[in-house]
Design a protein around this ligand. Sequence first.
Ligand SMILES: [Fe+2]
Length: 294
Amino acid sequence: MVRTKSKTPPYLGENLSQIKKLGLQNNINDLEIDGFTIIPPKKVASTQFLNKMRKTVLRICQERTGKKFDLNKNGQIGKYKAQPQTDSQFLLYYLLMADPIFEKWLLNPTLNAMMDYLMKGTQQLSSMTSFIKWQGEGYGETLGLHSDTRPSTPEGLIPNSWFDVSNSTYCLTDYTKENGAMAMVPGSHRLYRQPKPGEGVDKAVPVEAKAGSLIIFNGGIWHGAFPKKTEGLRLNVTSYFCHRKLKTQEAYQWRVTKEMLDRNPPKFAKLVGADDEYGWDAKGPDYSRPLKYL
Ligand SMILES: [Fe+2]
């Protein structure tokens, strides 16, 4: 029998073999069916990396708030006025520019294999933030349920753009319902709309995961978080991706430094849009950029 060559497009083939190599096939199933998946710590990064990441986030908390942060104690907003804030949470923004460890995270093989699958390689980083959360009411009874896709019409749906965003949460502490885990409504990514106020709360499940786990979720899934009932901090690093045709939440394209681009592989430039000559000034487009970082 004559064997014919595989018809799998090269890009897709590469992504699928990476998924197999990393043992993520079941996570792909979860994503398709439920709209989210939890990848265990051993398939994500080393314990050493996790510890370093946690330490770095706590250091930035202190730098920005002027208050000392301890995993076992509740936090304080201090001088940091970032939005959105609840009584028991704030976000640290623009982490990619805050420490090289976040560049490393952006290139994490597991994160990339999953995002390449979800976004078919069209993605760029939209924002990298940390939700610093402690004991309190949080989002209250509605759990803050929403989908991350940006609606442009009152009806909520932008044709053909429902899957132009995907999100991920790297858990830096254990996630349990009691300590304020994320809430997800399984299968809601197939409804292609935002929830109405209060809708989906009765179907929301806690996403319980060990520190070091990576939660990957479809941009269309309804999600939020349970209030944190226990003392201490719940920490994460949230990396949100969007299609290259969309504007990013945080500004990277022209703000990433030459050093950042030079010390990382071409994939990094692609993920921060620095390989795209559009967005020029009086000097006009610099066509060497896309060539340089291909
Ligand atoms: Fe969200």
